[in-house]
Design a protein around this ligand. Structure first.
Ligand SMILES: [Zn+2]
Length: 368
């Protein structure tokens, strides 16, 4: 597969040349923003609908019994649906990209993968890598929850760093030095992103139309980039009559994309000096997919909803069952639903619950 660097417009072989092609001036503590676009990925990754409306996913060489996707679309109210991604094998949407990335590793004759994450990403990579007989090396910060730590301890190697930023630096230092280890950087990995697209296809299959708005919490932003691509593809093929807008959920004061967009900053990254502390991992100083989401908003295919911990707590007080089932990031999407749906009763809205509550998982294990 060929990919194009959006900075210098040159073409490169994917994935072998991706880590080697650097624009050091744009890196943040060695971490590159996502400046990659795909030259051609068809038909290797094409998702289709059969005549009876079922989704046909591209065939992977080596399949697994960990079946991601086909998560429930739950009717929440007259016009609002919830896409429950916590029902994926390791409990988050990230599983959808895993068979692609594991096949990519095997195809390139590697037997080790490195990953950096504050939880779900590493948990997904570790579990799938085991299934595929690939060794996993996880880079995480010491501040992650005990439940995540427990699941991450299943990796073949775990590198703990003092801070979130340090874990990314350590990951990049290691990955740049170790060519024998597959660079499992989910913020820029193309086949992972293409795997995530199946969610948008399922939403269209189940609704039998495009929703007006899809509300997605914004972490690394890869999910948002992937779903926008999927909706665009379906629109271009005439499967849906419009491209749904994605509501990008960020935390007030930790919302770099919204802030950068409102100031018209067209750079690869926008960095907030002093992001607020929040209970969700969504409070960020920057997003490595900033420019891609900025461009989506410019095309009027995305807009922003910012929430804070008070709004999330207020939602939980009214709907306590969400707290045991989902992580705080997913619940931020519900706070966004409360905010947005007030004035948009005529819209069909889908909110994505991205990850399960792992704390609950740990306590259930202790009980049993
Ligand atoms: Zn370049």
């Amino acid at each position: 597969m060929k990919i194009v660097c959006e900075i210098c417009k040159k073409e490169f072989d994917y994935p072998t040349e991706q880590i080697k092609h650097r624009h050091k001036e744009l890196e943040l503590d060695l971490v590159p923003p996502n400046f990659w676009s795909i030259k051609d990925y068809l038909p290797e990754f094409e998702i289709k609908f059969s005549e009876d409306g079922e989704i046909i996913l591209p065939k992977v060489k080596v399949d697994t019994k960990l079946k991601a996707g086909n998560t429930p679309l739950i009717k929440y109210s007259k016009n609002i649906y919830l896409k429950d991604e916590s029902k994926n094998p390791t409990g988050s949407f990230k599983d959808r990209g895993m068979t692609n990335i594991m096949n990519e590793i095997l195809m390139h004759k590697k037997d080790k993968v490195s990953v950096v994450s504050c939880g779900s990403g590493a948990i997904a990579v570790i579990k799938y890598a085991k299934e595929y007989g690939i060794k996993s090396l996880a880079f995480v910060n010491k501040g992650i929850s005990d439940s995540s730590k427990k699941l991450i301890s299943n990796a073949d190697e775990v590198h703990y760093s003092d801070t979130f930023i340090q874990s990314y630096q350590d990951f990049m230092k290691y990955s740049l030095k170790h060519e024998d280890v597959f660079w499992g950087f989910l913020n820029t990995n193309i086949s992972y992103m293409l795997g995530l697209r199946s969610m948008a296809y399922e939403i269209v299959r189940d609704l039998k139309k495009a929703p007006d708005t899809v509300i997605i919490p914004c972490g690394s932003g890869m999910d948002i980039v992937a779903q926008n691509l999927a909706f665009r593809e379906m629109f271009e093929k005439g499967i849906i009559s419009k491209i749904p807008k994605i509501a990008v959920v960020e935390i007030i004061g930790g919302n770099p994309i919204r802030q950068g967009f409102e100031k018209n900053i067209e750079d690869m990254l926008y960095i907030i000096d002093d992001p607020v502390e929040s209970k969700t991992i969504l409070s960020n100083d920057t997003c490595f997919n900033y420019k891609k989401i900025y461009d989506m908003a410019k095309r009027d295919e995305a807009f922003f909803i910012s929430v804070n911990d008070d709004m999330i707590d207020k939602f939980l007080k009214k709907h306590p069952r969400f707290e045991t089932a989902y992580d705080y990031t997913s619940i931020s999407a519900m706070a966004a639903v409360e905010e947005y749906s007030k004035n948009h009763e005529k819209e069909t809205i889908v909110a994505v619950l991205t990850c399960k509550n792992r704390l609950e998982e740990l306590s259930n294990e202790r009980k049993s």
